[in-house]
Ligand binder design. Structure first.
Ligand code: NAD
Ligand code: UD1
Length: 337
């Protein structure tokens, strides 16, 4: 079975490609490299021992996409291509709607023309209403709080409508919680542009001495230690969830929304402690004001993923910190070469 992975050169896409190849799938990558390195497709070929076809193309380029479908004849698609920076989406909402929505619409139209109706989509826990009770269930209220999140919310609705209109489609929207860590080989990982917004890459840069100290956004939340609680999930576990979703899709025609998280909450200070254990030294930090728009607590109800996908994460926060740190050191070594 051949799977086209859009956004395959990105953080989650690259790990998903490795997992797919190991599970026996043929894999084709499409990416416009707007937020990834041109080296990644070669690294993936070297890691998997397979010459993986890579197309540098924008998903909004209909003719390019049609050519890829004609040449490669994929059986299904994992659609990860999109922009994801919350702050940037607030400043540039139309660019975000243009890129994330138009890419998806073009992809769906080209898939339909090519009679390919198996799709796994990268959604996000950011679609949930922050006021919803924890743990977040797939049936909890939906109300994204920023333009990026709304692109995910709208795409989910579009996917449901597509399936309602033609029940030959088989679509799964995977709502990721907080992906973290890197491949244990140290060869692929997350490469944020500029100052990282997310906690784990920021922590890694403080550990490496690239940044002076971690700013902990808020210490007065109604949580056990006062800092924000999230459901961090190892990117390799997340990648494995995609493979399971494909296996479920190939069984039946349906539309499903499924949380991919661990079901466990970890506070900022607990994550810092786990990182410090990996490093064997303290990480400098400073308590600062809450970041506007942040929820106090967010973690997944994982029952649906366990029941439908027969999938459970295998790695914990210590593994995420260890692998993130190995990747950070690998990056530093490359800069020195
Ligand atoms: P990423 O930026 O590393 O990967 C996305 C890839 O898509 C990049 O390589 C980028 O070059 C490519 N891309 C963007 N627009 C494109 C277009 N029009 N045509 C072709 N390629 C395009 O991000 P990631 O962390 O790997 O995220 C993958 C997906 O998962 C995204 O859709 C993101 O919104 C979603 N997601 C990510 C997180 C997270 O914390 N990383 C959480 C929830 C959901
Ligand atoms: C953020 C995005 C969310 C996106 C998710 C995954 C916001 C408001 N939300 O979620 O839409 O889906 O990333 O990409 O941007 N923290 C610090 N110091 C830092 C960075 C973070 O204390 O330098 C804290 C935050 O306040 C939060 C926790 O660490 O409590 C996790 O933050 P982050 O990694 O940015 O993820 P989310 O806020 O969950």
């Amino acid at each position: 079975m051949k799977i086209l992975v859009t956004g395959g050169a990105g953080y989650i896409g690259s790990h998903t490609v490795v997992e797919l190849v190991h599970a026996g799938y043929d894999v084709v990558l499409v990416d416009n490299l707007s937020n990834s390195s041109p080296k990644t497709p070669d690294v993936l070929s070297s890691m998997t021992g397979r010459a993986l076809p890579f197309y540098e193309a924008d998903l909004r380029d209909r003719e390019a996409l049609q050519r890829i479908f004609r040449t490669e004849k994929p059986d299904g698609v994992i659609h990860l291509a999109g922009w994801k920076a919350v702050g940037e989406s607030v400043k540039l909402p139309l660019s975000y709607y243009q890129n994330n929505l138009m890419s998806t619409i073009t992809l769906l139209e080209v898939m339909e023309e090519a009679d390919v109706r198996n799709l796994v989509f990268s959604s996000s826990a950011t679609v949930y209403d922050q006021a919803a009770a924890m743990p977040l269930k797939e049936t909890s209220g939906i109300e994204a709080g920023n333009p990026y999140g709304r692109t995910k919310e709208f795409i989910e609705k579009m996917l449901r409508d597509t399936w309602e209109a033609d029940k030959e489609w088989s679509i799964v929207s995977l709502r990721y919680f907080n992906p973290a860590g890197a491949h244990p080989s140290g060869r692929i990982g997350e490469k944020p542009n500029g100052i990282p917004n997310n906690l784990m890459p920021y922590l890694s840069q403080v550990a490496a001495g690239v940044r002076e100290e971690l700013h902990v956004f808020g210490s007065d939340y109604p949580t056990p230690d006062g800092t924000g609680v999230r459901d961090y999930i190892h990117v390799c576990d997340l990648a494995a969830g995609h493979v399971r979703a494909l296996e479920v899709l190939s069984d039946s025609c349906r539309y499903e929304e499924i949380n991919l998280g661990t079901g466990a909450g970890t506070s900022v200070l607990e994550l810092v402690q786990a990182y410090e254990q990996v490093l064997g030294r303290p990480i400098p930090l400073k308590m600062v004001e809450r970041r506007p728009g942040d929820a106090a607590v967010s973690f997944a109800d994982t029952h649906k993923a366990v029941a439908l996908l027969q999938w459970k994460p295998e790695r914990g926060v210590q593994d995420m910190c260890r692998d993130a740190w190995r990747w950070e050191q690998q990056q530093a070594a490359e800069v020195l070469q």
